[in-house]
Structure formats: C-alpha cells, structure tokens
Ligand binder design. Structure first.
Ligand SMILES: Nc1ncnc2c1ncn2[C@@H]1O[C@H](COP(=O)(O)OP(=O)(O)OP(=O)(O)O)[C@@H](O)[C@H]1O
Ligand SMILES: [Mg+2]
Length: 439
C-alpha cells in the first residue's frame, strides 16, 4: 500500500499540514480553536493553520516548566495575568543564524532545533489524530533563501537544523521541496492547459519566487525536473513591514530620537538606537528585560528631556509587551490591506498610543523592502532568460501578498488579467501534499 501523501509547511508565523485523500484532493488538518483569543493575531481564526509559537510557563505549585505550542501557546499567554512566562516566536527566521545556537528559557538550555521540535511535535500529533494515519513520512517546504543566509554554508546550516528538528518532532522521513513549488502544485489543480507561471509566496519571514511550467502535460506523469526554470527569494516579508511600523510609528513615542543629558557634561545625546532595534523585531523585546538593560533604561530616564517617553518604554520592556505591540502593528497593517487609512492603537495600563495612519505613509516606510522584492523578481527572470511577455500567469500567495503595495508590483508589471491569487495561508501545505502524492 502506498504511504499517505502528506505535506508540511512550517512557516515563520503560521504552519499547516495537508494530506491527499483517495480522491486525489488535498485536505488540511484542522486545529482546535481557542475562543478566548481577543487580542491574538487575527490569523488564529483560521482553523487550518497552527501559529508557529511556543509559550513556556512555570507551574506555580510544583515549579515545573510547561511548554505550550501553537494555538495553545497563545491561549495560555493571554490567560496569564502576570506574563511571567516566555513567548518564543519566529523560530524559523533564526535557522540560518550562526549566532543563535542555543538559548536559556527558564533555567534550561534549548538548542534551536529542540525549540522547533517542541513546536512541531504537537502539530504532528494533532494531525495524526485528525487524519487517522501515521504522520511520519512527509514532504516539507523550505524557503528558497532562509532569512539571514548570506552564503551557501548558512543555507546548509539552516537545512541541517530544520532536518534535525523535524526528526526530533517524529517526522522520520523528510523530503524537502521549495515552498513556492508547493504553491505551484496547489495552483495547478484543475488547470486545463499548460502554462508558464511565476509563483510568488510572501510570508512572515521570506518572499519566495519560482518560475515553472505547470498543467496537464506535467501533472500526468511528465518530467517535473524539466518544468522548473528557476527559483529566487529574499529574507524580507511581513515581519519586516511590522518592524517598519514599530520604527516609524511606535519607537518615536517610546523615546527613539529623544534626547538625554550626558552624565559627563552638558552634551545632549539620543537614546541608544540598538534598544529600538530590538523593538522592531518584537520577538526580541524579551531580550531587553535583563537587569542590566533595565538599569540602563532607568538611568536614561533620569537624564531624559522627555521622561514620559522613557517611562512608556520601560513599561513595555518590564511587562514584556512585545507580543501585544506586534498585535497592534499587525492589526494596523491588515486594516491597511482593506482601507486607505486606519488608526493605530496600542494600550496597556499607563501606556496609550493612538495615531492616524494613511496607507500612503505605510507604503513610504516599506518602500525599500518592496524595491528589494521587485529586484529579486527581475533577477529571477533575467537569469532564466524569460521575458515578461512569455509568462502566462502570476500566482500570488502567502499572507503578505494581501498587502496592496505588494500586489501592485505584479499588477503593474504583468497586468491584472495575468495575476491570480488565493490560498494565502494554506496553498503551500496543500501543494506539498500533492507533490508527496506524485512520489
Ligand atoms: N490581511 C493581511 N494584510 C497584510 N498582511 C497580512 C494579512 N494577513 C496576514 N498577513 C501577514 O502575513 C504574514 C504571514 O503569512 P504566512 O502565514 O503566509 O507566513 P509564513 O508561512 O508563516 O511565513 P514564511 O513563509 O515567511 O515562513 C504575517 O506577516 C502577517 O502579518
Ligand atoms: Mg510561508
């Protein structure tokens, strides 16, 4: 008997897993909904995705550390009043980082691959329950370029660690496939004729592109290897857009660019920029909560010309509000996918930030990453020797493809009649399962 065909998309923000049934169609595993989710990212409404997040908390009675994964992690985090636990996120974006080998969480050391395994094991077990078949042999997605990978050795490191994490999570046999190729398989379903397509998958951490031929001649046993004309990608996507919102909208209200008197004399100096660098990658906010940094912030506050901004910053750091801050920036970003303006709001006890945000301003802030994305598409087409006019269709997928300025790059370049989109959060997993079914 053929083993079940299963595809896993381990994403920076969301993960999903799909199985191809006897009818040849892929279906997604569904995960329990935790209803008291107000304030969590709106993605949690989607039952077919599993948030790529861990929450560590200590049992008040026996002092043991419990680790929660996915929707459970968000629910526990939100339920905890003191927020003494530790939320760990965007793990995928550290895979290529030589600096991140292991981290201490509540007195224990975890390697990156251990953390990812802790995240994926419950996902695997829940999928097994839903599907009623062993979830051990899979086709797993990988980005074309991992975030922060500058050279081939970094890509190799990332893949090695991802493989180890998957094995530790109980996926015994893993075949990797590029994530945009997964999306291509999804797109190809039901296609009546062959097409040359450009697949663009915009996630949380990476933007990935593939140029390939799809359609009946390829899906009916044709040579797939011949169908792929090229891949490219950049480690820039939704997380970087969120970071820009923090930089331009939030950080100035928490003292970025504000000045303090230097102890050494009458100089007036700005608050050190590295502090705000951590805020921009909101899952790094917890790193600021060390006694040393808190002392520095308190010293700065004493000398600050605008102490109330430093008070707000200290409040955010002390209460480890990175996740709430992210929730607020992400909500504003999503609102701007629908409307041309929105109001950014962030509130926690004494800190309240509200600011009107027109879409045009957001688009100015993300202009640089958008250009890098457009250049990446140029590079791919150029290397493959394919002219824009030869492309039959562009398929946009991934959560960040919902950002109008991202779509605009393709609408302008290829014309609306050639641009398609869909399956933003699930097309990769569903396509990887179809790929697994091909053997
Ligand atoms: N309506 C929306 N408008 C703008 N951005 C959105 C919207 N919905 C989701 N996103 C963004 O999409 C990203 C998540 O997309 P997705 O789930 O495709 O990523 P991922 O697969 O987890 O990441 P990666 O593929 O980079 O590993 C997040 O940055 C999220 O903020
Ligand atoms: Mg993805």
């Amino acid at each position: 008997m053929k083993p079940p065909a299963i595809g896993l998309d381990f994403g920076t923000t969301n993960s999903a897993i799909a199985l191809v049934g006897p009818d040849g169609r892929s279906r997604l595993a569904r995960f329990d909904r935790f209803d008291r989710f107000e304030g969590a990212g709106p993605n949690d409404e989607a039952l077919e995705t599993f948030r790529s997040v861990l929450y560590f908390e200590e049992d008040e009675e026996d002092g043991r550390v419990h680790v929660h994964s996915g929707p459970n992690a968000i629910a526990r985090y939100l339920a905890s009043e003191e927020k003494q636990g530790r939320l760990v996120q965007s793990l995928k974006s550290f895979l290529a980082s030589r600096l991140f080998t292991a981290t201490q969480v509540m007195g224990r050391t975890y390697r990156l691959e251990d953390l990812i395994a802790l995240l994926l094991k419950p996902l695997r077990e829940q999928a097994e329950q839903r599907f009623g078949v062993p979830v051990e042999r899979i086709v797993a997605g990988r980005p074309v370029h991992f975030v922060g990978a500058d050279e081939p050795a970094d890509e190799e490191l990332a893949l090695r660690r991802l493989t180890a994490a998957l094995h530790n999570a109980g996926f015994r046999e893993v075949t990797f496939e590029y994530e945009p190729v997964g999306a291509a398989y999804h797109y190809e379903q039901g296609l009546g004729r062959d097409e040359l397509i450009l697949i663009a998958d915009f996630g949380g951490g990476t933007s990935d592109f593939s140029l390939l031929r799809v359609g009946p001649s390829f899906s009916d046993g044709g040579d797939r290897a011949q169908s792929i004309l090229g891949h490219d990608g950049v480690g820039l996507a939704g997380d970087v857009f969120d970071g820009q919102l923090v930089r331009h909208l939030v950080a100035p209200r928490l003292g970025r660019g504000a000045e303090f008197r230097s102890v050494m004399g009458n100089n007036v100096l700005p608050v050190p920029g590295w502090i705000y660098g951590h805020l921009e990658r909101w899952h790094h906010v917890s790193l600021l909560k060390s006694p040393k940094t808190l002392r520095l912030l308190l010293d700065l506050r004493r000398e600050a010309l605008e102490p109330e901004k430093l008070d707000a910053l200290i409040h955010v750091v002390r209460n480890d509000l990175g996740f709430l801050l992210y929730g607020a920036t992400e909500a504003a970003k999503r609102a701007l996918s629908e409307d041309t303006k929105t109001t950014f709001r962030f509130e926690h006890e004494s800190v309240a930030i509200a600011a009107l945000l027109p879409r045009t301003r957001f688009e100015q802030w993300i202009a640089e990453p958008l250009e890098a994305i457009a250049r990446c598409v140029d590079r791919l087409l150029h290397r493959a020797g394919v002219a824009d006019t030869e492309i039959d269709r562009v398929f946009l997928t991934g959560g960040t493809s919902l950002v109008p300025a991202v779509r605009a790059i393709f609408l302008e370049r290829f014309g609306p009649e050639r641009v398609r989109s869909g399956g933003e959060l699930t097309s990769v997993a569903s396509g990887l399962a179809l790929r697994a079914a091909e053997g």
